[in-house]
Design a protein around this ligand. Structure first.
Ligand SMILES: Cc1ncc(COP(=O)(O)O)c(C=O)c1O
Length: 397
């Protein structure tokens, strides 16, 4: 049965990471995989998470299944985090939230929900986008199409191109938007741009699906939620897939949530039942531990402020190293302009490096980046920033 099966193509980014691990050169630099690293190169467990785990271990009395749509307190607290406590869509009961195994799980359930109910057949993704987006949506049976997003010359959002593309999309299609910290470019629309985008999306009769994987990694918790809150207009419908992988450092615990905002309470209840069906045939019910940690942290005033401080420290480190990198590049290449790295936000940037330069960085300098030129800024540390800037300067001339 299995003889004729061909090996699947390796995941480009994870494959590169494997090559990095086997590279014997001292001082090698890894800017590939999307995990946060502190100044010493570690992906830490947050102190608030450790404390929440201690409390959970002491109190936990059962390993029975969670409900199909997860822990209701976790769902409430994450929805409040995303929309802001007391937001009309939550108070009115017209939103249905389900706990999901990571942002990826939330996206897959969203896709399955859309296809199994016949609500939509086509989803539009930005060019470029997180490479898993099209694969996850196609696995759900959605047709994936692309819209213009990035202006490579200006290293920013191509707002006009994006709006023009939106105005051509057929009503009833879904548009996937990165709510903040666009992966892979690091280029986000401004709050004023988001208003124009939301106007265009709703004028056209499209369903926005906001992928919210980096809340708190850009500018701040509420600042990063500006797009989501712009779309959460009175009476408007939207879908939000959020993740606690990055902002709680809970990557391997698989914590996320899916919120579908509908017109009214009755519709929300019908949608919730369809989401539960999509979950039931997929993984039956979500894993508990990560969600319990997030619930414990968000539900306790002291742990919550500790989390906000720890999140701010991760954000500040990324934004700080962006400044240092930009400064050091301008010292090495005064004629080149790397200031966009400082302006972009989140964990990633499109560095503007060509595939050939990326190849040379790897071969000649043991610096690993994705061939598109995407770099994980959190891979830059005080200990390697000089060597990295020297290497980039060397392949740029
Ligand atoms: C844009 C985007 N969406 C979703 C995810 C999924 O995150 P998770 O690890 O929670 O599944 C990621 C993770 O890298 C991402 O970059």
């Amino acid at each position: 049965m299995f003889e004729s099966i061909q090996a699947a193509p390796p995941d480009a980014i994870l494959g590169l990471n494997e090559v990095f691990r086997n590279d014997p050169r001292p001082g090698k630099i890894n800017l590939t995989v999307g995990v946060y690293k502190d100044e010493s190169g570690l992906t830490p467990i947050l102190d608030c998470v450790k404390e929440a785990e201690r409390r959970l271990v002491a109190k936990e009395t059962s390993k029975g299944y969670l409900p199909i749509d997860g822990d209701p307190d976790y769902c409430r607290l994450t929805a409040e985090l995303n929309f802001g406590a007391g937001h009309e869509v939550l108070e009115s009961g017209r939103a249905a939230t389900a706990q999901a195994p990571g942002g990826t799980g939330a996206l897959r359930v969203a896709g399955d929900f859309l296809t199994s109910t016949g609500a939509a057949r086509t989803i539009w993704c930005s060019v470029p986008t997180w490479p898993n987006h099209p694969k996850v949506f196609e696995a759900s049976g959605l047709q994936v199409k692309n819209y213009a997003y990035f202006d490579a010359d200006r290293h920013g959002v191509n707002l006009d191109g994006m709006l023009a593309a939106i105005r051509e999309m057929p009503a009833g299609d879904v548009i996937c938007l990165h709510a903040c910290c666009h992966n892979p470019t690091g280029a986000d629309p401004s709050p004023a741009d988001w208003k124009l985008i939301a106007d265009a999306v709703y004028d056209r009769g499209l369903m926005p699906l906001l992928d919210f994987a980096y809340l708190g990694f850009g500018t701040g918790i509420d600042e990063d939620a500006v797009a989501l809150r712009e779309f959460a207009r009175p009476g408007a419908e939207l879908i939000v897939a959020s993740s606690c992988s990055k902002n709680f450092g809970l990557y391997r615990e698989r914590v996320g949530s899916l919120t579908v905002v509908t017109k009214d309470v009755d519709t929300a209840q019908a949608v919730a039942s369809q989401v539960r069906t999509a979950v039931r045939v997929n993984y039956s019910n979500p894993p508990s531990h990560g969600g319990a940690i997030v619930r414990t942290v968000l539900g306790d005033a002291e742990l919550r402020s500790q989390w906000e401080r720890e999140l701010a420290a991760m954000r500040d480190r990324i934004n700080g190293i962006r400044k240092v990198f930009t400064q050091k590049m301008s010292e090495r290449l005064p004629d080149a302009n790397f200031s966009f790295i400082e302006k972009q936000i989140g964990m990633f940037s499109f560095s503007g490096l060509t595939p050939e330069q990326v190849d040379r960085l790897k071969v000649e300098h043991a610096v690993y980046a994705v061939r598109s030129g995407r770099i994980n800024v959190a891979g830059i540390m005080p200990s390697n920033v000089d060597a990295l800037c020297d290497a980039i300067a060397a392949v740029s001339s």
